[in-house]
Ligand binder design. Structure first.
Ligand SMILES: NC(=O)c1ccc[n+]([C@@H]2O[C@H](COP(=O)([O-])OP(=O)(O)OC[C@H]3O[C@@H](n4cnc5c(N)ncnc54)[C@H](O)[C@@H]3O)[C@@H](O)[C@H]2O)c1
Length: 330
């Protein structure tokens, strides 16, 4: 089967590509499993390093929303698409037109190409807890209304609704995962308003000073890269009947304050590392971040077999092992 991953040079996309290749088979819309014989990974930028040496894999650089790229990506043998390419929260807030074009219009063009296939393809979409906003209850439940307060959240929510309707009509078999903030992101920060949540762990562990733009009591709903990738694979394999009339689910995660994140960093890596954090409030980031929910009761996701990390300590240790070769600058 041919699998397509968009946003494949990104933080999660790179890991997902590796995991799909390692798993070696995925589930088709009819419930049968098939071997992954070809994985077309795409992104508007090239991956930072040659990520894979696997002959099943082809990487194509380009804007996924153009007709030329869609001709390449969505062909009669395309069975499964993981759609991760996006203009992330801060970027879509900064540039409304770009966010609309990539997150909405190009995604709609992708859905139309999938609809035109002679079979029903499976589509797994990276949505976000940014679909929630405004006046919210203390704990977000599965039935909590979505009233996003960012353009990014609005674009993700519209896509979720389209996915549910395209699935109801049998045009495709869609699944949308509302991702918590994924930490710890290695390398350079992206334009996500939540990127500080990775930076305050990543940069001090590499001997660098970092500025935190929100206060210590700010809460975040987090999940590790390892777990999010496991959850993407879980989303792909679940039978359509399990999704029923709603093709979206809020993934499980951990609720943690910035203070507890730093306390954990101190426990794992010592005082000198934790002292590399400075504070400089940024009103725009605070506005976006304080508008996001931090406590969830993700019962539907847990029943569907999605899982969170056991502790934030486990997330920090996994980052040191997976991304820093097991060491850090004391
Ligand atoms: N990381 C998180 O905390 C988080 C949280 C919620 C939702 N998400 C969603 O998960 C997905 C992946 O996030 P990530 O953290 O890996 O982000 P990322 O920024 O690292 O990756 C997104 C990728 O999309 C690519 N892209 C942007 N526009 C494109 C276009 N027109 N054509 C092709 N590629 C394009 C970018 O180059 C980038 O590599 C995104 O859809 C994001 O909205 C992420």
């Amino acid at each position: 089967m041919k699998v397509v991953v968009t946003g494949a040079a990104g933080f999660i996309g790179q890991r997902l590509v590796r995991s799909v290749l390692a798993k070696g088979e995925l589930t088709l819309a009819d419930g049968s499993t098939a071997e992954v014989t070809s994985l077309l990974a795409t992104d508007i930028v090239a991956p930072p390093e040659p990520i894979f040496g696997d002959q099943r894999l082809t990487f194509v650089a380009g804007d996924f929303g153009t007709n030329e790229m869609l001709d390449l990506l969505i062909t009669p043998d395309t069975q499964v698409v993981f759609h991760l390419a996006a203009i992330v929260s801060g970027g879509a807030e900064e540039d409304f037109d770009l966010g609309m074009r990539v997150n909405l219009y190009s995604t709609m063009a992708l859905l139309e190409r999938l609809r035109a296939l002679p079979h029903v393809p499976r589509l797994v979409f990276a949505s976000s807890v940014a679909v929630f906003g405004g006046t919210l209850p203390d704990v977000i439940e599965d039935g909590t209304a979505c009233t996003p307060q960012t353009s990014y959240g609005g674009q993700k929510l519209i896509t979720e609704h389209l996915l549910t309707d395209y699935s109801r009509r049998g045009f495709l078999d869609g699944r949308a995962l509302r991702l918590p903030t994924i930490v710890v992101r290695p390398g350079k920060p992206n334009k996500a308003a939540s990127s500080f949540a990775s930076a305050i762990i990543r940069d001090p562990l590499q001997g660098q000073m970092v500025t935190c733009p929100v206060s210590e009591d700010a809460g975040v709903w987090v999940l590790s890269p390892r777990k999010v990738v496991e959850n993407f694979l879980r989303a792909e394999e679940l039978p359509a009947a399990v999704w029923g009339t709603s093709r979206s689910v809020s993934l499980p995660g951990l609720t943690i304050t910035v203070k507890s994140m730093i306390d954990t960093l101190r426990e794992v890596a010592g005082d000198a590392v934790a002292e590399r954090i400075r504070w400089q409030p940024d009103a725009e980031i605070e506005r976006i971040v304080y508008g996001w929910p931090v406590k969830f009761a993700p019962n539907r996701a847990l029943e569907m077999g999605f899982a969170a990390d056991r502790s934030f300590r486990e997330i920090v240790e996994a980052f040191i092992n997976d991304d820093l070769n097991g060491t850090f600058v004391e």
